[in-house]
Design a protein around this ligand. Structure first.
Ligand SMILES: [Zn+2]
Length: 420
Protein backbone atom coordinates (compact mmCIF):
# COMPACT_ATOMS: atom_id res chain seq x y z
CA UNK A 1 0.00 0.00 0.00
CA UNK A 2 2.70 2.50 1.00
CA UNK A 3 4.44 2.23 -2.33
CA UNK A 4 5.26 4.20 -5.43
CA UNK A 5 2.75 3.72 -8.21
CA UNK A 6 3.32 4.32 -11.91
CA UNK A 7 0.38 6.23 -13.41
CA UNK A 8 -0.17 6.45 -17.16
CA UNK A 9 -2.53 9.12 -18.38
CA UNK A 10 -4.71 8.83 -21.48
CA UNK A 11 -2.60 11.54 -23.13
CA UNK A 12 0.48 9.29 -22.89
CA UNK A 13 2.16 10.95 -19.90
CA UNK A 14 3.75 8.97 -17.10
CA UNK A 15 3.73 10.03 -13.46
CA UNK A 16 4.85 8.54 -10.20
CA UNK A 17 2.57 8.63 -7.17
CA UNK A 18 4.07 8.10 -3.73
CA UNK A 19 1.76 7.07 -0.89
CA UNK A 20 3.32 7.79 2.51
CA UNK A 21 0.44 8.18 4.96
CA UNK A 22 -3.28 7.55 4.53
CA UNK A 23 -4.71 9.14 7.70
CA UNK A 24 -2.65 12.33 7.40
CA UNK A 25 -2.93 12.19 3.60
CA UNK A 26 0.78 12.47 2.81
CA UNK A 27 1.16 11.89 -0.92
CA UNK A 28 3.34 13.09 -3.74
CA UNK A 29 2.82 13.04 -7.50
CA UNK A 30 5.43 14.05 -10.06
CA UNK A 31 2.88 15.92 -12.21
CA UNK A 32 2.95 19.71 -12.61
CA UNK A 33 -0.52 20.12 -11.13
CA UNK A 34 0.57 18.52 -7.84
CA UNK A 35 3.62 20.74 -7.66
CA UNK A 36 1.75 24.01 -8.05
CA UNK A 37 -1.81 23.50 -6.78
CA UNK A 38 -0.83 23.49 -3.10
CA UNK A 39 -3.56 20.95 -2.23
CA UNK A 40 -1.28 18.03 -1.47
CA UNK A 41 -3.19 15.88 -3.94
CA UNK A 42 -4.07 15.63 -7.62
CA UNK A 43 -6.22 13.47 -9.89
CA UNK A 44 -3.44 10.87 -10.18
CA UNK A 45 -3.16 10.50 -6.39
CA UNK A 46 -6.93 10.22 -6.03
CA UNK A 47 -7.09 7.67 -8.86
CA UNK A 48 -4.41 5.53 -7.16
CA UNK A 49 -6.26 5.71 -3.82
CA UNK A 50 -9.55 4.68 -5.44
CA UNK A 51 -7.83 1.86 -7.29
CA UNK A 52 -6.04 0.35 -4.28
CA UNK A 53 -9.14 0.61 -2.15
CA UNK A 54 -11.14 -1.12 -4.86
CA UNK A 55 -8.75 -4.02 -5.54
CA UNK A 56 -7.77 -4.75 -1.94
CA UNK A 57 -10.41 -3.58 0.49
CA UNK A 58 -9.11 -5.42 3.57
CA UNK A 59 -5.47 -4.54 2.88
CA UNK A 60 -6.50 -0.90 2.49
CA UNK A 61 -8.40 -0.90 5.80
CA UNK A 62 -5.45 -2.55 7.53
CA UNK A 63 -3.07 0.04 6.12
CA UNK A 64 -5.41 2.79 7.28
CA UNK A 65 -5.39 1.30 10.80
CA UNK A 66 -1.72 0.41 11.18
CA UNK A 67 0.01 3.14 9.18
CA UNK A 68 3.19 2.81 7.19
CA UNK A 69 6.07 0.69 8.39
CA UNK A 70 8.52 2.37 6.03
CA UNK A 71 11.28 4.81 6.85
CA UNK A 72 10.66 7.81 4.59
CA UNK A 73 13.34 10.39 3.91
CA UNK A 74 11.78 13.56 2.53
CA UNK A 75 12.83 17.15 1.87
CA UNK A 76 11.89 19.78 4.46
CA UNK A 77 11.58 22.87 2.28
CA UNK A 78 11.12 25.31 5.14
CA UNK A 79 14.30 24.26 6.87
CA UNK A 80 16.08 23.57 3.59
CA UNK A 81 17.08 20.14 4.82
CA UNK A 82 16.30 16.44 4.64
CA UNK A 83 14.03 14.89 7.21
CA UNK A 84 13.09 11.40 8.37
CA UNK A 85 9.32 11.57 8.19
CA UNK A 86 8.49 8.44 10.21
CA UNK A 87 9.87 5.32 11.88
CA UNK A 88 13.21 6.95 12.67
CA UNK A 89 13.91 4.23 15.26
CA UNK A 90 14.05 1.56 12.56
CA UNK A 91 17.21 3.11 11.11
CA UNK A 92 20.57 1.76 12.22
CA UNK A 93 22.11 3.93 14.95
CA UNK A 94 25.17 4.86 12.90
CA UNK A 95 22.95 6.28 10.16
CA UNK A 96 20.47 7.86 12.55
CA UNK A 97 23.35 9.78 14.17
CA UNK A 98 23.75 11.85 11.02
CA UNK A 99 20.31 13.36 11.70
CA UNK A 100 19.56 15.60 14.67
CA UNK A 101 17.05 14.81 17.45
CA UNK A 102 14.14 15.97 15.27
CA UNK A 103 15.30 13.68 12.46
CA UNK A 104 16.57 16.61 10.37
CA UNK A 105 19.75 16.55 8.32
CA UNK A 106 21.06 19.86 7.10
CA UNK A 107 24.42 20.20 5.44
CA UNK A 108 25.82 22.86 3.08
CA UNK A 109 26.72 20.15 0.57
CA UNK A 110 23.47 18.23 0.83
CA UNK A 111 23.85 16.58 -2.61
CA UNK A 112 27.03 14.83 -1.59
CA UNK A 113 25.67 13.84 1.82
CA UNK A 114 22.58 12.47 0.14
CA UNK A 115 24.62 10.31 -2.24
CA UNK A 116 26.58 8.82 0.63
CA UNK A 117 23.37 8.19 2.53
CA UNK A 118 21.78 6.42 -0.43
CA UNK A 119 24.70 3.99 -0.51
CA UNK A 120 24.70 3.26 3.20
CA UNK A 121 21.02 2.82 4.06
CA UNK A 122 19.13 -0.46 3.57
CA UNK A 123 16.85 -0.65 0.52
CA UNK A 124 13.62 -0.59 2.54
CA UNK A 125 14.33 3.04 3.42
CA UNK A 126 12.52 5.17 0.86
CA UNK A 127 13.93 8.39 -0.53
CA UNK A 128 10.97 10.47 -1.64
CA UNK A 129 10.51 11.27 -5.34
CA UNK A 130 10.16 14.88 -4.11
CA UNK A 131 13.89 15.02 -3.42
CA UNK A 132 14.81 15.38 -7.09
CA UNK A 133 12.53 18.39 -7.67
CA UNK A 134 13.64 19.92 -4.36
CA UNK A 135 17.30 19.65 -5.37
CA UNK A 136 16.47 21.14 -8.77
CA UNK A 137 14.66 24.11 -7.24
CA UNK A 138 17.62 24.69 -4.89
CA UNK A 139 19.96 24.64 -7.87
CA UNK A 140 17.80 27.14 -9.75
CA UNK A 141 17.61 29.41 -6.69
CA UNK A 142 21.40 29.37 -6.42
CA UNK A 143 21.71 30.12 -10.12
CA UNK A 144 19.29 33.07 -9.89
CA UNK A 145 21.20 34.43 -6.91
CA UNK A 146 24.43 34.21 -8.85
CA UNK A 147 22.91 35.85 -11.95
CA UNK A 148 21.65 38.73 -9.81
CA UNK A 149 25.04 39.13 -8.12
CA UNK A 150 26.82 39.03 -11.50
CA UNK A 151 24.43 41.68 -12.79
CA UNK A 152 25.03 43.95 -9.77
CA UNK A 153 28.80 43.55 -10.19
CA UNK A 154 28.37 44.34 -13.89
CA UNK A 155 26.58 47.59 -12.99
CA UNK A 156 29.32 48.54 -10.54
CA UNK A 157 32.08 47.89 -13.05
CA UNK A 158 30.26 49.76 -15.83
CA UNK A 159 29.53 46.72 -18.01
CA UNK A 160 25.81 47.33 -17.63
CA UNK A 161 24.20 50.78 -17.58
CA UNK A 162 23.07 51.87 -14.10
CA UNK A 163 19.51 52.35 -15.37
CA UNK A 164 17.44 50.31 -17.81
CA UNK A 165 14.93 53.09 -18.45
CA UNK A 166 15.42 56.68 -19.62
CA UNK A 167 13.69 57.95 -16.48
CA UNK A 168 15.75 56.68 -13.53
CA UNK A 169 13.95 54.27 -11.21
CA UNK A 170 13.46 55.00 -7.52
CA UNK A 171 15.34 52.56 -5.26
CA UNK A 172 12.15 50.62 -4.39
CA UNK A 173 11.33 50.39 -8.10
CA UNK A 174 14.82 49.08 -8.84
CA UNK A 175 14.32 46.43 -6.17
CA UNK A 176 11.01 45.54 -7.85
CA UNK A 177 12.71 45.29 -11.23
CA UNK A 178 15.37 42.95 -9.83
CA UNK A 179 12.73 40.87 -8.08
CA UNK A 180 10.79 40.44 -11.32
CA UNK A 181 13.86 39.73 -13.41
CA UNK A 182 15.52 37.22 -11.09
CA UNK A 183 12.55 35.11 -10.02
CA UNK A 184 10.94 32.53 -12.24
CA UNK A 185 7.39 33.57 -11.44
CA UNK A 186 6.76 36.79 -9.61
CA UNK A 187 3.81 38.97 -8.70
CA UNK A 188 4.30 42.70 -8.30
CA UNK A 189 1.56 44.09 -6.06
CA UNK A 190 2.64 47.66 -5.33
CA UNK A 191 -0.01 50.27 -4.45
CA UNK A 192 -1.62 52.20 -7.27
CA UNK A 193 0.57 54.96 -8.65
CA UNK A 194 3.91 53.56 -7.50
CA UNK A 195 5.02 52.67 -11.02
CA UNK A 196 4.43 48.98 -11.60
CA UNK A 197 4.45 49.51 -15.36
CA UNK A 198 7.90 51.07 -15.45
CA UNK A 199 9.25 48.33 -13.16
CA UNK A 200 7.88 45.68 -15.51
CA UNK A 201 9.32 47.46 -18.56
CA UNK A 202 12.70 47.79 -16.85
CA UNK A 203 12.65 44.08 -15.94
CA UNK A 204 11.88 43.14 -19.57
CA UNK A 205 14.67 45.37 -20.80
CA UNK A 206 17.07 43.86 -18.27
CA UNK A 207 16.16 40.30 -19.25
CA UNK A 208 16.57 41.21 -22.89
CA UNK A 209 20.03 42.59 -22.15
CA UNK A 210 21.08 39.53 -20.17
CA UNK A 211 19.76 37.22 -22.90
CA UNK A 212 22.01 38.94 -25.42
CA UNK A 213 24.83 36.41 -25.97
CA UNK A 214 27.10 39.02 -27.59
CA UNK A 215 26.81 41.31 -24.57
CA UNK A 216 27.40 38.32 -22.32
CA UNK A 217 30.44 37.39 -24.37
CA UNK A 218 31.86 40.91 -23.89
CA UNK A 219 31.20 40.75 -20.17
CA UNK A 220 32.82 37.33 -19.77
CA UNK A 221 35.76 38.31 -21.98
CA UNK A 222 36.30 41.42 -19.85
CA UNK A 223 36.44 39.39 -16.65
CA UNK A 224 38.66 36.76 -18.30
CA UNK A 225 41.17 39.20 -19.78
CA UNK A 226 40.97 42.14 -17.37
CA UNK A 227 43.00 45.09 -18.58
CA UNK A 228 44.26 43.11 -21.56
CA UNK A 229 40.91 43.52 -23.31
CA UNK A 230 40.92 46.89 -25.06
CA UNK A 231 37.48 46.67 -26.65
CA UNK A 232 34.82 44.30 -27.85
CA UNK A 233 32.49 45.06 -30.75
CA UNK A 234 29.96 43.33 -32.93
CA UNK A 235 30.43 44.32 -36.57
CA UNK A 236 27.83 43.86 -39.28
CA UNK A 237 29.26 43.16 -42.75
CA UNK A 238 27.68 45.01 -45.70
CA UNK A 239 26.33 42.03 -47.61
CA UNK A 240 26.53 38.92 -45.48
CA UNK A 241 24.10 37.35 -43.04
CA UNK A 242 26.71 36.70 -40.35
CA UNK A 243 28.07 39.15 -37.81
CA UNK A 244 31.57 39.25 -36.38
CA UNK A 245 32.47 39.61 -32.75
CA UNK A 246 35.75 41.51 -32.66
CA UNK A 247 37.75 41.15 -29.48
CA UNK A 248 40.54 43.73 -29.45
CA UNK A 249 43.36 42.94 -27.06
CA UNK A 250 46.17 45.26 -26.04
CA UNK A 251 48.80 42.85 -27.42
CA UNK A 252 49.58 39.13 -27.93
CA UNK A 253 46.38 38.33 -29.83
CA UNK A 254 47.74 34.92 -30.83
CA UNK A 255 48.33 34.03 -27.21
CA UNK A 256 44.84 35.09 -26.07
CA UNK A 257 43.06 33.58 -29.04
CA UNK A 258 42.53 30.00 -27.74
CA UNK A 259 40.96 31.19 -24.49
CA UNK A 260 38.66 33.65 -26.25
CA UNK A 261 37.74 31.02 -28.82
CA UNK A 262 36.81 28.66 -26.03
CA UNK A 263 34.49 31.28 -24.55
CA UNK A 264 32.96 31.89 -27.98
CA UNK A 265 32.40 28.17 -28.48
CA UNK A 266 30.75 27.93 -25.09
CA UNK A 267 28.30 30.81 -25.62
CA UNK A 268 27.57 30.17 -29.30
CA UNK A 269 27.40 26.39 -29.24
CA UNK A 270 23.83 26.56 -30.54
CA UNK A 271 24.14 29.11 -33.33
CA UNK A 272 21.37 30.48 -35.47
CA UNK A 273 22.43 29.02 -38.85
CA UNK A 274 20.83 31.95 -40.69
CA UNK A 275 22.90 34.59 -38.90
CA UNK A 276 25.95 33.01 -37.29
CA UNK A 277 28.25 35.03 -35.06
CA UNK A 278 31.92 34.64 -35.98
CA UNK A 279 34.91 35.67 -33.95
CA UNK A 280 38.05 37.69 -34.62
CA UNK A 281 40.75 38.38 -32.06
CA UNK A 282 42.91 41.36 -33.00
CA UNK A 283 45.71 43.36 -31.46
CA UNK A 284 44.99 47.03 -30.82
CA UNK A 285 47.94 47.87 -33.12
CA UNK A 286 46.38 45.88 -35.98
CA UNK A 287 43.05 47.68 -35.61
CA UNK A 288 44.81 51.04 -35.60
CA UNK A 289 46.79 50.09 -38.72
CA UNK A 290 43.60 49.12 -40.52
CA UNK A 291 41.97 52.39 -39.55
CA UNK A 292 44.97 54.31 -40.87
CA UNK A 293 44.92 52.40 -44.15
CA UNK A 294 41.18 53.02 -44.49
CA UNK A 295 41.64 56.74 -43.86
CA UNK A 296 44.41 56.78 -46.47
CA UNK A 297 42.01 55.21 -48.96
CA UNK A 298 44.10 52.07 -49.44
CA UNK A 299 41.64 49.60 -47.94
CA UNK A 300 37.90 49.93 -47.78
CA UNK A 301 35.85 49.17 -44.67
CA UNK A 302 32.76 47.31 -45.76
CA UNK A 303 30.85 46.66 -42.55
CA UNK A 304 27.70 48.73 -42.35
CA UNK A 305 27.54 49.18 -38.59
CA UNK A 306 29.35 48.47 -35.35
CA UNK A 307 27.80 47.73 -31.99
CA UNK A 308 30.10 48.65 -29.12
CA UNK A 309 29.88 46.05 -26.37
CA UNK A 310 32.88 46.92 -24.23
CA UNK A 311 33.75 49.33 -22.74
CA UNK A 312 30.31 50.94 -22.51
CA UNK A 313 31.55 54.50 -21.93
CA UNK A 314 33.47 54.62 -25.18
CA UNK A 315 30.40 53.56 -27.09
CA UNK A 316 29.78 57.15 -28.11
CA UNK A 317 32.36 58.74 -30.34
CA UNK A 318 33.46 62.21 -29.15
CA UNK A 319 31.59 65.29 -30.40
CA UNK A 320 33.02 67.06 -33.45
CA UNK A 321 34.23 70.69 -33.42
CA UNK A 322 31.03 72.00 -35.00
CA UNK A 323 28.85 70.20 -32.42
CA UNK A 324 31.02 71.46 -29.57
CA UNK A 325 30.61 75.03 -30.88
CA UNK A 326 26.82 74.64 -30.93
CA UNK A 327 26.82 73.26 -27.39
CA UNK A 328 28.94 76.22 -26.29
CA UNK A 329 26.56 78.73 -27.92
CA UNK A 330 23.51 77.14 -26.26
CA UNK A 331 25.20 77.18 -22.87
CA UNK A 332 26.16 80.83 -23.23
CA UNK A 333 22.58 81.80 -24.12
CA UNK A 334 21.34 79.72 -21.16
CA UNK A 335 23.75 81.51 -18.81
CA UNK A 336 22.50 84.93 -19.99
CA UNK A 337 18.85 83.93 -19.49
CA UNK A 338 19.67 82.60 -16.03
CA UNK A 339 21.38 85.81 -15.05
CA UNK A 340 18.33 87.71 -16.27
CA UNK A 341 16.05 85.41 -14.26
CA UNK A 342 18.06 86.08 -11.11
CA UNK A 343 17.87 89.86 -11.57
CA UNK A 344 14.14 89.78 -12.27
CA UNK A 345 13.55 87.53 -9.29
CA UNK A 346 15.47 89.92 -7.02
CA UNK A 347 13.16 92.70 -8.26
CA UNK A 348 10.14 90.51 -7.34
CA UNK A 349 9.10 90.35 -11.01
CA UNK A 350 8.20 86.69 -10.61
CA UNK A 351 6.37 86.15 -13.88
CA UNK A 352 9.16 87.63 -16.00
CA UNK A 353 11.74 85.72 -13.98
CA UNK A 354 9.89 82.49 -14.65
CA UNK A 355 9.81 83.21 -18.37
CA UNK A 356 13.57 83.81 -18.42
CA UNK A 357 14.11 80.60 -16.45
CA UNK A 358 12.12 78.56 -18.99
CA UNK A 359 14.16 80.11 -21.81
CA UNK A 360 17.28 78.95 -19.95
CA UNK A 361 15.76 75.46 -19.61
CA UNK A 362 15.22 75.33 -23.38
CA UNK A 363 18.79 76.43 -24.17
CA UNK A 364 20.29 73.98 -21.65
CA UNK A 365 18.01 71.25 -23.08
CA UNK A 366 19.38 71.98 -26.56
CA UNK A 367 22.94 71.64 -25.30
CA UNK A 368 22.12 68.35 -23.55
CA UNK A 369 20.41 67.06 -26.71
CA UNK A 370 23.46 67.74 -28.86
CA UNK A 371 25.68 66.06 -26.27
CA UNK A 372 23.38 63.01 -26.11
CA UNK A 373 22.96 62.87 -29.92
CA UNK A 374 19.22 63.42 -29.62
CA UNK A 375 16.99 65.79 -31.63
CA UNK A 376 17.05 69.35 -30.27
CA UNK A 377 13.86 70.22 -28.34
CA UNK A 378 11.61 72.95 -29.83
CA UNK A 379 10.26 74.15 -26.45
CA UNK A 380 10.85 73.74 -22.68
CA UNK A 381 8.22 70.99 -22.39
CA UNK A 382 10.02 68.88 -24.98
CA UNK A 383 13.34 69.66 -23.31
CA UNK A 384 12.16 67.96 -20.12
CA UNK A 385 10.29 65.07 -21.77
CA UNK A 386 11.77 61.65 -22.53
CA UNK A 387 14.17 60.69 -23.97
CA UNK A 388 15.98 63.88 -22.99
CA UNK A 389 14.58 63.79 -19.44
CA UNK A 390 17.33 61.45 -18.19
CA UNK A 391 20.06 63.92 -19.21
CA UNK A 392 18.97 66.39 -16.52
CA UNK A 393 19.90 64.16 -13.59
CA UNK A 394 18.83 65.51 -10.18
CA UNK A 395 17.47 68.76 -11.60
CA UNK A 396 14.72 67.08 -13.61
CA UNK A 397 12.08 66.71 -10.89
CA UNK A 398 12.34 70.35 -9.74
CA UNK A 399 12.31 71.76 -13.26
CA UNK A 400 9.36 69.59 -14.27
CA UNK A 401 7.45 70.81 -11.19
CA UNK A 402 8.04 74.45 -12.16
CA UNK A 403 6.96 73.78 -15.71
CA UNK A 404 3.66 72.22 -14.67
CA UNK A 405 2.82 74.58 -11.80
CA UNK A 406 3.39 78.34 -12.11
CA UNK A 407 3.05 78.84 -8.34
CA UNK A 408 6.22 76.83 -7.55
CA UNK A 409 9.03 79.23 -6.53
CA UNK A 410 11.90 79.24 -8.99
CA UNK A 411 14.80 79.98 -6.63
CA UNK A 412 15.83 76.32 -6.20
CA UNK A 413 15.66 75.75 -9.93
CA UNK A 414 18.05 78.64 -10.58
CA UNK A 415 20.73 76.99 -8.48
CA UNK A 416 20.12 73.56 -10.03
CA UNK A 417 20.16 74.88 -13.57
CA UNK A 418 23.50 76.58 -13.10
CA UNK A 419 24.98 73.13 -12.53
CA UNK A 420 23.30 71.36 -15.46
ZN1 LIG B 1 -0.54 14.05 -10.43
Amino acid sequence: MFSNFAVHSASGMHYEVEIRDLTQRRFVCTCTDFRINGLGTCKHVEAVLMHVEHVGKSAYRQALRQGSGRVDIVPDRERDALQIERNKDLLAIKIRRQFDADGVLSHPDIENTLNKLRQSVPPEVRFSVEIASWLESRRLARERKKLRRDYELGVQSGLHPAQETLVPLFPYQREGMLYLAFNERALLADEMGLGKTIQAIAACSLLHRLADPCALFAERAASLLGKNLAACEERYPEEAPHTVLVAIVERDAAQWKPRIEQLHAELFSTQDPLSPVRLEVLDRATVETMQRLAEAGIVQITHRATRHLYPMDNARSPLGAEELARVQACRERAARKLKMARLLQAEKMDEEAREALLAAVLETGRALAIESRLPEPPNPVAALAPPLSHAWGNAHATLAAILSDSSVPIIQALVLLENC
